[in-house]
Design a protein around this ligand. Structure first.
Ligand code: HEM
Length: 236
Protein backbone atom coordinates (compact mmCIF):
# COMPACT_ATOMS: atom_id res chain seq x y z
CA UNK A 1 0.00 0.00 0.00
CA UNK A 2 1.39 3.45 -0.87
CA UNK A 3 1.67 6.21 1.76
CA UNK A 4 -1.36 7.89 0.18
CA UNK A 5 -3.44 4.70 0.25
CA UNK A 6 -2.42 3.96 3.86
CA UNK A 7 -3.38 7.45 4.90
CA UNK A 8 -6.74 7.36 3.13
CA UNK A 9 -7.42 3.97 4.77
CA UNK A 10 -6.41 5.52 8.12
CA UNK A 11 -8.65 8.53 7.60
CA UNK A 12 -11.58 6.21 6.75
CA UNK A 13 -10.89 4.10 9.84
CA UNK A 14 -10.97 7.23 11.98
CA UNK A 15 -14.57 7.89 10.97
CA UNK A 16 -16.19 11.33 11.05
CA UNK A 17 -15.89 12.54 14.66
CA UNK A 18 -13.88 15.33 16.24
CA UNK A 19 -10.59 13.38 16.09
CA UNK A 20 -11.18 12.43 12.44
CA UNK A 21 -11.30 16.07 11.37
CA UNK A 22 -8.03 17.84 10.78
CA UNK A 23 -9.23 20.77 12.93
CA UNK A 24 -9.95 18.36 15.82
CA UNK A 25 -6.50 16.82 15.55
CA UNK A 26 -4.88 20.26 15.29
CA UNK A 27 -6.58 21.18 18.58
CA UNK A 28 -5.27 17.94 20.14
CA UNK A 29 -1.79 18.79 18.82
CA UNK A 30 -2.03 22.34 20.22
CA UNK A 31 -3.38 21.24 23.63
CA UNK A 32 -0.77 18.48 24.07
CA UNK A 33 1.91 20.88 22.80
CA UNK A 34 0.94 23.39 25.51
CA UNK A 35 1.32 20.68 28.19
CA UNK A 36 4.75 19.73 26.80
CA UNK A 37 5.95 23.33 26.53
CA UNK A 38 4.72 23.92 30.08
CA UNK A 39 6.78 20.93 31.21
CA UNK A 40 9.89 22.05 29.31
CA UNK A 41 9.63 25.55 30.86
CA UNK A 42 9.15 24.23 34.42
CA UNK A 43 11.96 21.66 33.88
CA UNK A 44 14.33 24.42 32.72
CA UNK A 45 13.50 26.49 35.83
CA UNK A 46 13.88 23.45 38.14
CA UNK A 47 17.33 22.67 36.72
CA UNK A 48 18.59 26.15 37.67
CA UNK A 49 19.11 24.51 41.09
CA UNK A 50 22.35 23.19 39.55
CA UNK A 51 23.72 26.76 39.85
CA UNK A 52 23.03 26.69 43.63
CA UNK A 53 25.19 23.58 44.09
CA UNK A 54 24.97 19.84 44.68
CA UNK A 55 22.75 20.05 47.76
CA UNK A 56 20.07 22.08 45.99
CA UNK A 57 19.83 19.96 42.82
CA UNK A 58 19.88 16.70 44.80
CA UNK A 59 17.22 18.01 47.20
CA UNK A 60 15.11 19.04 44.21
CA UNK A 61 15.39 15.51 42.73
CA UNK A 62 14.45 14.06 46.13
CA UNK A 63 11.44 16.38 46.34
CA UNK A 64 10.23 15.35 42.82
CA UNK A 65 10.54 11.66 43.60
CA UNK A 66 8.95 12.04 47.06
CA UNK A 67 5.83 14.03 46.07
CA UNK A 68 2.60 12.36 47.33
CA UNK A 69 4.67 9.55 48.90
CA UNK A 70 6.25 8.73 45.54
CA UNK A 71 2.92 8.68 43.65
CA UNK A 72 3.23 12.27 42.39
CA UNK A 73 6.00 11.56 39.91
CA UNK A 74 3.98 8.69 38.40
CA UNK A 75 0.92 10.93 37.93
CA UNK A 76 3.21 13.48 36.34
CA UNK A 77 4.84 10.81 34.11
CA UNK A 78 1.40 9.52 33.03
CA UNK A 79 0.32 13.05 32.02
CA UNK A 80 3.60 13.62 30.15
CA UNK A 81 3.41 10.26 28.36
CA UNK A 82 -0.23 10.83 27.35
CA UNK A 83 0.57 14.33 26.05
CA UNK A 84 3.59 12.99 24.11
CA UNK A 85 1.54 10.14 22.61
CA UNK A 86 -1.30 12.46 21.55
CA UNK A 87 1.17 14.98 20.13
CA UNK A 88 3.05 12.40 18.03
CA UNK A 89 -0.19 10.69 16.92
CA UNK A 90 -1.86 13.95 15.80
CA UNK A 91 1.31 15.20 14.08
CA UNK A 92 1.86 11.88 12.26
CA UNK A 93 -1.73 11.42 11.06
CA UNK A 94 -1.99 15.07 9.96
CA UNK A 95 1.30 14.71 8.04
CA UNK A 96 0.12 11.50 6.36
CA UNK A 97 -3.21 13.13 5.43
CA UNK A 98 -1.33 16.08 3.92
CA UNK A 99 0.87 13.72 1.91
CA UNK A 100 -2.22 11.86 0.68
CA UNK A 101 -3.87 15.10 -0.38
CA UNK A 102 -0.74 16.07 -2.30
CA UNK A 103 0.81 12.79 -3.49
CA UNK A 104 3.02 14.32 -6.19
CA UNK A 105 4.37 17.28 -4.21
CA UNK A 106 5.01 20.82 -5.34
CA UNK A 107 8.55 20.90 -6.58
CA UNK A 108 8.24 24.54 -7.58
CA UNK A 109 6.88 25.68 -4.22
CA UNK A 110 9.57 24.38 -1.90
CA UNK A 111 10.56 27.86 -0.76
CA UNK A 112 7.06 28.72 0.52
CA UNK A 113 7.41 29.67 4.20
CA UNK A 114 4.68 27.42 5.58
CA UNK A 115 6.15 24.38 3.78
CA UNK A 116 9.58 25.17 5.23
CA UNK A 117 8.07 25.56 8.72
CA UNK A 118 6.18 22.27 8.62
CA UNK A 119 9.20 20.39 7.23
CA UNK A 120 11.35 21.84 10.01
CA UNK A 121 8.74 20.76 12.56
CA UNK A 122 8.95 17.18 11.28
CA UNK A 123 12.71 16.71 11.50
CA UNK A 124 13.15 18.78 14.67
CA UNK A 125 10.36 16.67 16.19
CA UNK A 126 12.12 13.44 15.21
CA UNK A 127 15.50 14.65 16.62
CA UNK A 128 13.71 15.71 19.83
CA UNK A 129 12.14 12.25 20.15
CA UNK A 130 15.61 10.66 19.81
CA UNK A 131 16.97 13.17 22.34
CA UNK A 132 14.24 12.39 24.90
CA UNK A 133 14.95 8.63 24.73
CA UNK A 134 18.70 9.30 25.06
CA UNK A 135 18.13 11.81 27.89
CA UNK A 136 16.02 9.35 29.92
CA UNK A 137 18.60 6.57 29.49
CA UNK A 138 21.33 9.08 30.38
CA UNK A 139 20.16 11.12 33.37
CA UNK A 140 17.13 9.20 34.70
CA UNK A 141 17.94 5.49 34.39
CA UNK A 142 21.70 5.76 33.65
CA UNK A 143 22.14 2.96 31.06
CA UNK A 144 23.87 5.41 28.68
CA UNK A 145 25.85 7.16 31.44
CA UNK A 146 29.10 5.30 32.29
CA UNK A 147 29.57 7.17 35.62
CA UNK A 148 25.89 7.09 36.70
CA UNK A 149 25.26 7.04 40.45
CA UNK A 150 21.92 5.37 41.16
CA UNK A 151 19.80 6.68 44.05
CA UNK A 152 20.33 5.03 47.42
CA UNK A 153 17.10 5.02 49.37
CA UNK A 154 15.98 8.66 49.53
CA UNK A 155 19.40 9.98 48.53
CA UNK A 156 19.72 11.25 44.93
CA UNK A 157 22.88 12.09 43.01
CA UNK A 158 21.39 14.25 40.26
CA UNK A 159 24.24 16.78 40.60
CA UNK A 160 27.08 14.24 40.21
CA UNK A 161 25.28 12.67 37.23
CA UNK A 162 24.70 16.09 35.69
CA UNK A 163 28.39 17.12 36.03
CA UNK A 164 29.99 13.78 35.03
CA UNK A 165 27.42 13.46 32.19
CA UNK A 166 28.21 16.82 30.56
CA UNK A 167 31.98 16.38 31.00
CA UNK A 168 31.82 14.07 27.94
CA UNK A 169 32.20 16.54 25.00
CA UNK A 170 30.14 14.45 22.52
CA UNK A 171 27.26 14.28 25.04
CA UNK A 172 27.43 18.03 25.74
CA UNK A 173 27.47 18.69 21.96
CA UNK A 174 24.42 16.44 21.41
CA UNK A 175 22.51 18.22 24.19
CA UNK A 176 23.32 21.59 22.60
CA UNK A 177 22.20 20.45 19.10
CA UNK A 178 19.00 18.98 20.60
CA UNK A 179 18.25 22.27 22.40
CA UNK A 180 18.63 24.14 19.08
CA UNK A 181 16.06 21.73 17.58
CA UNK A 182 13.89 22.33 20.64
CA UNK A 183 14.18 26.05 19.89
CA UNK A 184 13.03 25.66 16.27
CA UNK A 185 10.22 23.35 17.34
CA UNK A 186 9.10 25.60 20.19
CA UNK A 187 9.20 28.75 18.11
CA UNK A 188 7.00 27.34 15.34
CA UNK A 189 4.92 25.43 17.86
CA UNK A 190 4.08 28.42 20.07
CA UNK A 191 3.41 30.47 16.94
CA UNK A 192 1.05 27.79 15.54
CA UNK A 193 -0.83 26.95 18.73
CA UNK A 194 -1.61 30.59 19.41
CA UNK A 195 -3.08 30.60 15.87
CA UNK A 196 -5.02 27.33 16.39
CA UNK A 197 -6.45 28.84 19.58
CA UNK A 198 -7.77 31.74 17.53
CA UNK A 199 -5.28 34.47 18.45
CA UNK A 200 -4.29 35.21 14.86
CA UNK A 201 -5.95 38.64 14.76
CA UNK A 202 -3.53 41.23 13.23
CA UNK A 203 -3.74 43.13 16.50
CA UNK A 204 -2.05 40.28 18.39
CA UNK A 205 0.52 39.46 15.69
CA UNK A 206 3.36 41.34 17.43
CA UNK A 207 2.42 39.95 20.84
CA UNK A 208 2.36 36.36 19.50
CA UNK A 209 5.73 36.79 17.80
CA UNK A 210 7.34 38.33 20.92
CA UNK A 211 5.84 35.65 23.17
CA UNK A 212 7.09 32.82 20.91
CA UNK A 213 10.55 34.39 20.53
CA UNK A 214 10.95 35.36 24.21
CA UNK A 215 9.86 31.99 25.62
CA UNK A 216 12.01 30.07 23.12
CA UNK A 217 15.15 32.16 23.72
CA UNK A 218 14.74 31.84 27.48
CA UNK A 219 14.24 28.05 27.55
CA UNK A 220 16.89 27.26 24.92
CA UNK A 221 19.42 29.78 26.31
CA UNK A 222 19.17 28.48 29.89
CA UNK A 223 19.18 24.81 28.75
CA UNK A 224 22.31 25.34 26.63
CA UNK A 225 23.99 27.08 29.56
CA UNK A 226 23.99 23.77 31.54
CA UNK A 227 26.38 21.73 29.34
CA UNK A 228 28.38 24.91 28.61
CA UNK A 229 28.76 25.61 32.36
CA UNK A 230 30.16 22.09 32.94
CA UNK A 231 32.46 22.08 29.90
CA UNK A 232 33.93 25.48 30.89
CA UNK A 233 34.33 24.38 34.52
CA UNK A 234 31.86 26.97 35.88
CA UNK A 235 29.87 24.10 37.40
CA UNK A 236 32.17 21.33 38.69
C1 HEM B 1 20.22 20.84 29.06
C2 HEM B 1 18.95 20.63 29.30
C3 HEM B 1 18.44 19.63 30.31
C4 HEM B 1 18.95 19.24 31.51
C5 HEM B 1 20.23 19.73 32.19
C6 HEM B 1 18.08 18.23 32.06
C7 HEM B 1 18.28 17.57 33.27
C8 HEM B 1 17.52 16.53 33.75
C9 HEM B 1 17.81 15.76 34.94
C10 HEM B 1 18.99 16.01 35.88
C11 HEM B 1 16.84 14.81 35.06
C12 HEM B 1 16.72 13.72 36.14
C13 HEM B 1 15.97 14.18 37.33
C14 HEM B 1 15.94 13.05 38.34
O1 HEM B 1 15.11 12.16 38.19
O2 HEM B 1 16.77 13.04 39.23
C15 HEM B 1 15.94 14.97 33.94
C16 HEM B 1 14.82 14.20 33.72
C17 HEM B 1 13.95 14.37 32.64
N1 HEM B 1 14.07 15.28 31.62
FE1 HEM B 1 15.53 16.67 31.43
N2 HEM B 1 17.01 18.05 31.20
C18 HEM B 1 17.19 18.89 30.11
C19 HEM B 1 16.36 19.04 29.02
C20 HEM B 1 15.19 18.32 28.82
C21 HEM B 1 14.30 18.48 27.70
C22 HEM B 1 14.49 19.49 26.57
C23 HEM B 1 13.28 17.59 27.88
C24 HEM B 1 12.06 17.32 27.02
C25 HEM B 1 11.89 17.79 25.81
C26 HEM B 1 13.54 16.86 29.09
C27 HEM B 1 12.76 15.83 29.58
C28 HEM B 1 13.01 15.13 30.75
C29 HEM B 1 12.15 14.07 31.25
C30 HEM B 1 10.86 13.57 30.58
C31 HEM B 1 12.74 13.60 32.44
C32 HEM B 1 12.26 12.44 33.32
C33 HEM B 1 11.36 12.89 34.41
C34 HEM B 1 10.93 11.66 35.18
O3 HEM B 1 11.69 11.21 36.04
O4 HEM B 1 9.88 11.14 34.87
N3 HEM B 1 14.70 17.32 29.64
N4 HEM B 1 16.37 16.02 33.15
Amino acid sequence: MSVAEQSIAGAEARGHGFLASSVGRKIVMAASGIVLFGFVTVHMIGNTQAYMGAKSLNAYAEFLHGMLHGGGIWIFRAVLLTATGLHVWSATTLTLDNLAARPVGYRAQQSVASTWASRTMRWSGVILAVFIVFHLLHLTTGQLHPAFKAPQGHEYFAYDNFVSGFKVPAVAAFYIVAQLCLGLHMWHGVWSFTQTLGLSHPRYEGLRRNFATGLTLLVVGVNISYPVAVITGFIH
